[in-house]
Design a protein around this ligand. Structure first.
Ligand code: NDP
Length: 329
Protein backbone atom coordinates (compact mmCIF):
# COMPACT_ATOMS: atom_id res chain seq x y z
CA UNK A 1 0.00 0.00 0.00
CA UNK A 2 1.22 3.52 -0.79
CA UNK A 3 1.99 5.98 2.00
CA UNK A 4 3.26 9.56 2.44
CA UNK A 5 6.90 10.49 2.90
CA UNK A 6 8.94 13.68 2.72
CA UNK A 7 11.40 12.95 -0.06
CA UNK A 8 14.53 15.05 -0.56
CA UNK A 9 15.89 14.87 -4.10
CA UNK A 10 19.11 16.27 -5.50
CA UNK A 11 18.96 18.00 -8.87
CA UNK A 12 21.74 18.03 -11.50
CA UNK A 13 22.94 21.46 -10.34
CA UNK A 14 23.58 19.99 -6.85
CA UNK A 15 20.60 21.71 -5.20
CA UNK A 16 18.16 19.78 -3.01
CA UNK A 17 14.36 19.90 -3.11
CA UNK A 18 11.99 18.43 -0.50
CA UNK A 19 8.37 17.46 -1.19
CA UNK A 20 5.70 15.10 0.16
CA UNK A 21 5.30 12.12 -2.16
CA UNK A 22 3.53 8.75 -2.19
CA UNK A 23 5.92 5.80 -1.93
CA UNK A 24 5.60 2.03 -1.49
CA UNK A 25 6.80 -0.33 1.24
CA UNK A 26 9.25 -1.92 -1.27
CA UNK A 27 11.15 1.37 -1.40
CA UNK A 28 11.95 1.27 2.32
CA UNK A 29 15.53 0.31 3.21
CA UNK A 30 16.47 -3.10 4.66
CA UNK A 31 15.89 -3.66 8.38
CA UNK A 32 14.32 -6.14 10.76
CA UNK A 33 11.47 -4.04 12.18
CA UNK A 34 8.83 -2.08 10.24
CA UNK A 35 7.19 0.69 12.26
CA UNK A 36 3.95 2.54 11.53
CA UNK A 37 5.26 6.00 12.39
CA UNK A 38 2.88 8.25 14.34
CA UNK A 39 5.00 11.30 15.18
CA UNK A 40 8.39 12.78 14.39
CA UNK A 41 10.01 16.11 15.22
CA UNK A 42 12.49 18.74 13.99
CA UNK A 43 16.06 19.01 15.29
CA UNK A 44 18.93 21.14 13.98
CA UNK A 45 20.29 18.13 12.08
CA UNK A 46 16.88 17.67 10.45
CA UNK A 47 17.13 21.24 9.20
CA UNK A 48 20.40 20.29 7.51
CA UNK A 49 19.02 17.04 6.05
CA UNK A 50 15.79 18.63 4.73
CA UNK A 51 17.95 21.27 3.05
CA UNK A 52 21.47 21.08 1.63
CA UNK A 53 22.48 18.02 3.70
CA UNK A 54 25.43 19.46 5.60
CA UNK A 55 27.49 16.43 4.56
CA UNK A 56 25.21 14.16 6.64
CA UNK A 57 23.12 12.57 3.85
CA UNK A 58 24.89 9.90 1.80
CA UNK A 59 22.39 9.03 -0.93
CA UNK A 60 19.43 10.68 -2.68
CA UNK A 61 16.45 10.41 -2.84
CA UNK A 62 16.39 10.59 0.95
CA UNK A 63 13.79 10.53 3.73
CA UNK A 64 15.01 12.71 6.66
CA UNK A 65 13.73 12.63 10.26
CA UNK A 66 16.30 11.68 12.92
CA UNK A 67 13.58 10.74 15.44
CA UNK A 68 10.30 8.88 15.34
CA UNK A 69 7.80 7.16 17.60
CA UNK A 70 5.15 4.70 16.51
CA UNK A 71 3.80 1.15 16.62
CA UNK A 72 5.60 -1.96 15.40
CA UNK A 73 3.83 -3.32 12.32
CA UNK A 74 6.11 -6.29 11.52
CA UNK A 75 9.23 -7.68 13.18
CA UNK A 76 11.83 -10.33 12.37
CA UNK A 77 13.43 -9.76 15.78
CA UNK A 78 12.16 -11.58 18.90
CA UNK A 79 12.49 -8.41 21.04
CA UNK A 80 9.62 -6.68 19.19
CA UNK A 81 6.13 -7.79 18.17
CA UNK A 82 3.35 -6.08 16.20
CA UNK A 83 1.54 -3.58 18.43
CA UNK A 84 4.59 -2.64 20.53
CA UNK A 85 5.09 1.11 21.00
CA UNK A 86 8.66 2.17 20.20
CA UNK A 87 10.84 5.27 20.00
CA UNK A 88 13.96 5.84 17.93
CA UNK A 89 16.64 8.53 18.19
CA UNK A 90 20.17 8.58 16.79
CA UNK A 91 22.17 5.84 15.01
CA UNK A 92 22.36 8.17 11.98
CA UNK A 93 18.75 7.36 11.09
CA UNK A 94 17.42 10.25 9.00
CA UNK A 95 21.00 10.92 7.79
CA UNK A 96 22.72 7.76 6.48
CA UNK A 97 19.50 5.71 6.72
CA UNK A 98 15.91 6.73 5.82
CA UNK A 99 14.20 8.31 8.81
CA UNK A 100 10.93 9.28 10.44
CA UNK A 101 9.41 11.77 7.97
CA UNK A 102 7.14 9.06 6.52
CA UNK A 103 4.15 7.03 7.59
CA UNK A 104 6.36 3.92 7.74
CA UNK A 105 10.00 3.29 8.60
CA UNK A 106 12.14 0.15 8.47
CA UNK A 107 15.12 -0.03 10.85
CA UNK A 108 17.36 -2.36 12.86
CA UNK A 109 15.81 -3.65 16.10
CA UNK A 110 19.02 -2.60 17.93
CA UNK A 111 18.21 1.04 17.28
CA UNK A 112 14.76 0.97 18.92
CA UNK A 113 13.79 1.55 22.55
CA UNK A 114 10.47 0.33 23.99
CA UNK A 115 8.37 3.39 24.84
CA UNK A 116 7.79 3.69 28.62
CA UNK A 117 4.09 3.12 29.45
CA UNK A 118 3.77 6.62 30.91
CA UNK A 119 4.64 8.32 27.60
CA UNK A 120 2.50 8.60 24.46
CA UNK A 121 4.16 8.56 21.02
CA UNK A 122 3.28 12.27 20.72
CA UNK A 123 4.93 13.09 24.06
CA UNK A 124 7.99 11.04 23.06
CA UNK A 125 8.42 13.22 19.98
CA UNK A 126 7.85 16.40 21.97
CA UNK A 127 10.95 15.15 23.81
CA UNK A 128 12.81 13.79 20.75
CA UNK A 129 16.60 13.80 20.38
CA UNK A 130 16.69 17.32 21.85
CA UNK A 131 14.94 16.32 25.07
CA UNK A 132 16.64 12.94 25.28
CA UNK A 133 20.00 14.74 25.04
CA UNK A 134 18.94 17.25 27.69
CA UNK A 135 18.16 14.28 29.97
CA UNK A 136 21.57 12.71 29.24
CA UNK A 137 23.19 16.05 30.11
CA UNK A 138 21.32 16.30 33.42
CA UNK A 139 22.23 12.67 34.24
CA UNK A 140 25.91 13.43 33.51
CA UNK A 141 25.82 16.48 35.82
CA UNK A 142 24.18 14.37 38.55
CA UNK A 143 26.80 11.62 38.11
CA UNK A 144 29.42 14.30 38.73
CA UNK A 145 27.81 15.38 41.97
CA UNK A 146 25.20 18.03 41.10
CA UNK A 147 22.31 18.13 43.56
CA UNK A 148 19.51 20.58 44.31
CA UNK A 149 20.67 23.35 46.63
CA UNK A 150 24.21 23.51 45.18
CA UNK A 151 23.49 26.83 43.46
CA UNK A 152 22.13 28.12 40.14
CA UNK A 153 22.37 25.84 37.11
CA UNK A 154 22.82 27.62 33.79
CA UNK A 155 21.10 26.50 30.58
CA UNK A 156 22.32 28.13 27.34
CA UNK A 157 20.24 28.29 24.14
CA UNK A 158 17.38 28.02 26.61
CA UNK A 159 14.44 28.72 24.29
CA UNK A 160 15.60 26.05 21.82
CA UNK A 161 14.72 22.35 21.97
CA UNK A 162 17.53 21.06 24.18
CA UNK A 163 17.39 24.18 26.34
CA UNK A 164 13.61 24.12 26.91
CA UNK A 165 13.61 20.51 28.10
CA UNK A 166 16.74 21.09 30.23
CA UNK A 167 15.08 24.08 31.94
CA UNK A 168 11.88 22.13 32.67
CA UNK A 169 13.75 19.03 33.89
CA UNK A 170 16.19 20.88 36.14
CA UNK A 171 13.45 23.05 37.66
CA UNK A 172 11.26 19.98 38.31
CA UNK A 173 14.23 18.30 40.02
CA UNK A 174 14.45 21.24 42.43
CA UNK A 175 17.32 23.23 40.90
CA UNK A 176 17.49 27.00 40.67
CA UNK A 177 17.65 27.48 36.87
CA UNK A 178 19.21 30.43 35.03
CA UNK A 179 18.23 30.54 31.35
CA UNK A 180 20.41 32.23 28.71
CA UNK A 181 18.46 33.49 25.71
CA UNK A 182 19.03 35.88 22.83
CA UNK A 183 15.25 36.27 22.44
CA UNK A 184 13.95 38.50 25.28
CA UNK A 185 10.35 37.83 24.17
CA UNK A 186 10.73 34.21 25.34
CA UNK A 187 11.11 35.26 28.99
CA UNK A 188 7.47 34.43 30.00
CA UNK A 189 7.80 31.02 28.31
CA UNK A 190 11.10 30.25 30.06
CA UNK A 191 9.74 31.37 33.44
CA UNK A 192 6.69 29.17 32.90
CA UNK A 193 9.03 26.21 32.26
CA UNK A 194 10.67 26.92 35.62
CA UNK A 195 13.57 29.36 35.02
CA UNK A 196 14.05 31.65 38.01
CA UNK A 197 16.60 33.90 36.27
CA UNK A 198 16.91 35.09 32.66
CA UNK A 199 20.41 35.90 31.42
CA UNK A 200 20.50 37.97 28.19
CA UNK A 201 22.74 36.30 25.60
CA UNK A 202 24.87 39.45 25.17
CA UNK A 203 25.88 39.35 28.81
CA UNK A 204 27.64 36.05 28.40
CA UNK A 205 28.57 35.88 24.74
CA UNK A 206 31.73 37.96 24.84
CA UNK A 207 35.20 36.59 24.34
CA UNK A 208 37.05 35.54 27.48
CA UNK A 209 39.02 38.47 28.86
CA UNK A 210 39.92 36.96 32.24
CA UNK A 211 40.25 33.16 32.48
CA UNK A 212 38.57 33.18 35.90
CA UNK A 213 35.59 35.33 36.91
CA UNK A 214 33.43 35.18 40.05
CA UNK A 215 32.16 31.65 40.77
CA UNK A 216 28.44 31.63 39.90
CA UNK A 217 27.16 28.37 38.41
CA UNK A 218 26.84 24.97 40.12
CA UNK A 219 26.24 23.29 36.76
CA UNK A 220 25.55 24.08 33.12
CA UNK A 221 23.78 22.44 30.19
CA UNK A 222 25.35 24.12 27.18
CA UNK A 223 23.63 23.94 23.77
CA UNK A 224 25.65 26.83 22.31
CA UNK A 225 29.41 26.12 22.51
CA UNK A 226 31.83 28.71 21.08
CA UNK A 227 32.61 31.92 22.97
CA UNK A 228 29.69 31.39 25.36
CA UNK A 229 30.93 28.01 26.58
CA UNK A 230 34.46 29.44 26.96
CA UNK A 231 33.09 32.26 29.11
CA UNK A 232 30.90 29.94 31.22
CA UNK A 233 33.90 27.74 32.10
CA UNK A 234 35.47 30.70 33.91
CA UNK A 235 32.26 31.34 35.89
CA UNK A 236 31.80 27.80 37.22
CA UNK A 237 31.95 27.12 40.95
CA UNK A 238 34.81 25.02 42.35
CA UNK A 239 34.67 21.35 41.07
CA UNK A 240 31.40 21.89 39.22
CA UNK A 241 30.58 20.61 35.71
CA UNK A 242 29.41 21.79 32.31
CA UNK A 243 27.66 19.31 30.01
CA UNK A 244 28.62 20.28 26.44
CA UNK A 245 25.70 19.35 24.18
CA UNK A 246 25.65 21.65 21.18
CA UNK A 247 27.27 24.15 18.88
CA UNK A 248 24.43 26.54 18.01
CA UNK A 249 26.87 29.42 18.59
CA UNK A 250 29.95 27.82 17.05
CA UNK A 251 32.29 24.84 17.18
CA UNK A 252 35.38 26.73 18.35
CA UNK A 253 36.27 26.84 22.01
CA UNK A 254 38.31 30.01 22.59
CA UNK A 255 39.06 29.16 26.23
CA UNK A 256 42.02 28.65 28.56
CA UNK A 257 42.68 25.53 30.66
CA UNK A 258 42.84 27.64 33.85
CA UNK A 259 39.28 26.77 35.08
CA UNK A 260 40.21 23.06 34.86
CA UNK A 261 43.50 23.51 36.71
CA UNK A 262 42.61 26.03 39.41
CA UNK A 263 38.94 25.26 40.00
CA UNK A 264 38.73 21.58 39.06
CA UNK A 265 35.92 22.38 36.62
CA UNK A 266 34.72 19.41 34.50
CA UNK A 267 33.72 19.64 30.86
CA UNK A 268 31.50 16.65 30.09
CA UNK A 269 30.85 15.65 26.48
CA UNK A 270 27.32 14.49 25.66
CA UNK A 271 26.60 12.33 22.61
CA UNK A 272 23.09 11.10 21.91
CA UNK A 273 23.70 9.26 18.63
CA UNK A 274 25.70 6.20 19.74
CA UNK A 275 24.53 6.11 23.36
CA UNK A 276 24.48 2.48 24.64
CA UNK A 277 21.08 0.76 24.92
CA UNK A 278 21.08 0.56 28.77
CA UNK A 279 21.59 4.33 29.06
CA UNK A 280 18.88 4.98 26.48
CA UNK A 281 16.36 2.96 28.47
CA UNK A 282 17.48 4.70 31.67
CA UNK A 283 17.15 8.15 30.11
CA UNK A 284 13.68 7.48 28.61
CA UNK A 285 12.48 6.14 31.96
CA UNK A 286 13.90 9.20 33.77
CA UNK A 287 12.09 11.44 31.24
CA UNK A 288 8.80 9.63 31.92
CA UNK A 289 9.38 10.02 35.66
CA UNK A 290 10.89 13.52 35.98
CA UNK A 291 9.72 15.70 33.09
CA UNK A 292 6.43 17.45 33.94
CA UNK A 293 4.08 16.65 31.08
CA UNK A 294 2.17 19.95 31.45
CA UNK A 295 5.44 21.83 30.82
CA UNK A 296 6.21 19.57 27.86
CA UNK A 297 2.80 20.42 26.42
CA UNK A 298 3.68 24.15 26.57
CA UNK A 299 6.76 23.55 24.39
CA UNK A 300 4.82 21.88 21.55
CA UNK A 301 4.40 23.48 18.15
CA UNK A 302 2.29 21.07 16.02
CA UNK A 303 3.18 20.43 12.35
CA UNK A 304 2.57 18.11 9.39
CA UNK A 305 4.90 16.63 6.75
CA UNK A 306 4.03 19.52 4.41
CA UNK A 307 5.31 22.08 6.96
CA UNK A 308 8.78 20.54 7.12
CA UNK A 309 10.64 22.42 4.36
CA UNK A 310 9.83 25.77 6.04
CA UNK A 311 10.50 24.47 9.57
CA UNK A 312 13.85 23.01 8.47
CA UNK A 313 14.94 26.46 7.28
CA UNK A 314 13.65 28.09 10.51
CA UNK A 315 15.60 25.81 12.84
CA UNK A 316 18.84 26.51 10.96
CA UNK A 317 18.22 30.23 11.65
CA UNK A 318 17.59 29.57 15.39
CA UNK A 319 13.96 30.63 14.98
CA UNK A 320 12.14 27.60 16.34
CA UNK A 321 10.85 27.92 19.90
CA UNK A 322 10.54 24.77 22.00
CA UNK A 323 9.69 21.50 20.29
CA UNK A 324 7.98 20.85 16.97
CA UNK A 325 5.82 17.69 16.92
CA UNK A 326 5.14 16.39 13.41
CA UNK A 327 1.99 14.30 12.96
CA UNK A 328 3.03 12.28 9.89
CA UNK A 329 -0.50 11.00 9.34
P1 NDP B 1 17.51 24.78 18.55
O1 NDP B 1 17.76 25.51 17.28
O2 NDP B 1 16.13 24.42 18.92
O3 NDP B 1 18.12 25.63 19.77
C1 NDP B 1 19.36 26.27 19.74
C2 NDP B 1 19.25 27.55 20.55
O4 NDP B 1 20.56 28.13 20.70
C3 NDP B 1 18.43 28.64 19.85
O5 NDP B 1 17.07 28.49 20.09
C4 NDP B 1 18.98 29.87 20.52
O6 NDP B 1 18.40 29.98 21.81
C5 NDP B 1 20.45 29.54 20.74
N1 NDP B 1 21.30 30.09 19.69
C6 NDP B 1 21.13 29.98 18.34
N2 NDP B 1 22.12 30.62 17.67
C7 NDP B 1 22.94 31.14 18.63
C8 NDP B 1 24.12 31.91 18.58
N3 NDP B 1 24.68 32.27 17.43
N4 NDP B 1 24.69 32.28 19.75
C9 NDP B 1 24.15 31.92 20.92
N5 NDP B 1 23.01 31.20 21.04
C10 NDP B 1 22.42 30.80 19.90
O7 NDP B 1 18.43 23.48 18.51
P2 NDP B 1 18.42 22.23 19.53
O8 NDP B 1 18.07 22.70 20.88
O9 NDP B 1 17.69 21.10 18.92
O10 NDP B 1 19.98 21.85 19.52
C11 NDP B 1 20.92 22.70 20.17
C12 NDP B 1 22.32 22.27 19.79
O11 NDP B 1 22.58 20.97 20.31
C13 NDP B 1 22.58 22.19 18.28
O12 NDP B 1 23.88 22.66 18.03
C14 NDP B 1 22.47 20.71 18.00
O13 NDP B 1 23.21 20.34 16.87
C15 NDP B 1 23.06 20.12 19.27
N6 NDP B 1 22.60 18.77 19.57
C16 NDP B 1 23.54 17.87 19.96
C17 NDP B 1 23.18 16.60 20.32
C18 NDP B 1 24.21 15.65 20.82
O14 NDP B 1 24.03 14.44 20.71
N7 NDP B 1 25.29 16.15 21.37
C19 NDP B 1 21.78 16.14 20.21
C20 NDP B 1 20.84 17.21 19.90
C21 NDP B 1 21.27 18.46 19.56
P3 NDP B 1 17.85 31.39 22.38
O15 NDP B 1 16.99 31.94 21.28
O16 NDP B 1 17.15 31.05 23.63
O17 NDP B 1 19.09 32.21 22.60
Amino acid sequence: MNFNALIVEKTDDGKTHASVQRITQDQLPAGDVTVAVEYSTVNYKDGLCIGPGGGLVRNYPHVPGIDFAGTVEASDDPRYAPGDKVVLTGWRVGEAHWGGYAQKARVKADWLVPLPDALSTRQAMAVGTAGFTAMLAVMALENHGLKPGDGPVLVTGAAGGVGSVAVALLAALGHDVAAVTGRPETEPYLRELGASQIVPRDMINETVKRPLESEIWAGCVDAVGGAMLARVLGQMKYRCSVAAVGLAGGANLPATVIPFLLRGVNLLGIDSVLQPYENRVLAWNRIAQDLPMDKLEEMIQPATLADLPALGADILKGQVKGRVVVDVN
